[in-house]
Ligand binder design. Sequence first.
Ligand SMILES: O=C(O)[C@@H](CO)OP(=O)(O)O
Length: 206
Amino acid sequence: MERLLVLVRHGQSEWNLKNLFTGWKDPGLTEQGVTEAHKAGQQLRDLKLTFDIAFTSVLSRAQRTLDIMLEELGQTGLETLKDQALNERDYGDLTGMNKDQAREEFGEEQVHIWRRSYDVPPPGGESLKMTAERVLPYYKSEILPRVLEGKRTLVSAHGNSLRSLIMELENLSPEEILKRELGTGTPIVYRIDENGGVLSVQDLAD
Ligand SMILES: O=C(O)[C@@H](CO)OP(=O)(O)O
């Protein structure tokens, strides 16, 4: 039985372009983001992949990316579960702040710690560890059971919600996941074994 799980980070958003901390804010995709979403869908189509179910967050950049990919796949209207458990990590007080300005105000090192440490949350926000503590229970209760029963599954979500999931899937240490940057609109294709372990991973970044 095929057990397929594809993860995609949303295409470039208006706030990615403006270099702002985004978190739970809900900017739309840029034109480039729309193009990236079409390309992601085309890449999946070229691999002849189709899906039985999709998951996304409650944020429009991930939902729109999913809709565009489904259009490319000829699968609009696919059963889709939307849940805030898959939202981007909450950036707390940094939300809406320019990342370069934050570096000037708080220093390069502090901003790097807030962005890429495993368990230091930004003020009022979530660390990657806290993000994992909501993403992984949702993955285990809603997503993985479907994958294990053979439903080909597409997940459209966010840089940090997906990093917390990839850390678990690929068994990465906090140090390893911190170095892992996910490109916007880049599908990662996993084949999963009967116990939920990863048989193979294919990153479609070019
Ligand atoms: O701003 C954000 O919400 C995220 C993802 O774009 O940024 P970072 O790469 O700093 O975690």
